[in-house]
Design a protein around this ligand. Structure first.
Ligand SMILES: [Zn+2]
Length: 213
């Protein structure tokens, strides 16, 4: 069951409300993507962490870190980068939807051995599609290009700051790249609709790279 986090020392009410919202979106989206086998446990930790949320590979729970979460989410809502509609404004719920999509994609990577989007795929795919003058994959090409440059910059930034090679490897792994592609795909799809249900994103979360030929 989803247990709501009550007021804790040193954690603001806004952080707790945001953590409860995020936990609820993760739980509902997981239920939509894995109706047969949902994870009912989203643990909310009062402390802060570099991560906003995580999927636990023992497949029993997700986690959300409350302290500082409201600011992290506010930061996400203040940027329209990676959105095909410039100037689009994200709500708190939209930002939670992105994080939830990312974590649930991690569960899918782990559970179902899907083919993942990688940086090398992102380098080839969009070029092919543009040269064929096809608009079919316009949104996907836009997102792959965005995530590719984001990851290239991130790698450089972590190297400049002299983070350890093992941390850089984890932070810029294919699993993270793939989950980011899906997170941006979901939010761009959400913006294309006047109204949506979480169930509408099941297919997008299960998206695999179209063959390049
Ligand atoms: Zn991740």
């Amino acid at each position: 069951m989803l247990k709501k986090l009550k007021q804790q020392l040193f954690v603001s009410k806004t952080d707790i409300d945001t953590a409860n919202t995020l936990a609820s979106v993760i739980s509902k989206l997981d239920q939509a993507v894995f109706p047969e086998n949902p994870i009912n446990q989203v643990e909310i930790y009062p402390e802060s962490n570099n991560l906003e949320a995580y999927y636990c590979k023992d497949d029993t729970q997700y986690g959300v870190f409350a302290k500082g979460l409201a600011n992290k989410i506010k930061y996400r809502t203040s940027s329209d980068q990676g959105l095909v509609k410039p100037g689009a404004e994200l709500s708190i719920e939209d930002a939670c939807l992105m994080i939830a999509a990312h974590e649930i994609r991690h569960r899918l990577q782990y559970k179902e051995n899907i083919i993942q989007f990688s940086m090398s795929y992102a380098k080839k795919g969009p070029k092919k599609w543009y040269s064929k003058k096809t608009e079919k994959y316009f949104l996907l090409a836009f997102i792959l290009n965005f995530c590719y440059s984001y990851f290239a910059d991130l790698k450089q930034d972590l190297q400049d700051k002299e983070y350890s090679q093992s941390l850089i490897k984890i932070a810029t792994s294919t699993e993270e790249f793939d989950a980011m592609v899906i997170e941006y795909y979901v939010i761009n799809e959400a913006f294309g609709r006047f109204k949506f249900r979480l169930k509408d994103f099941t297919e997008v979360i299960r998206l695999q790279p179209p063959k390049i030929n």
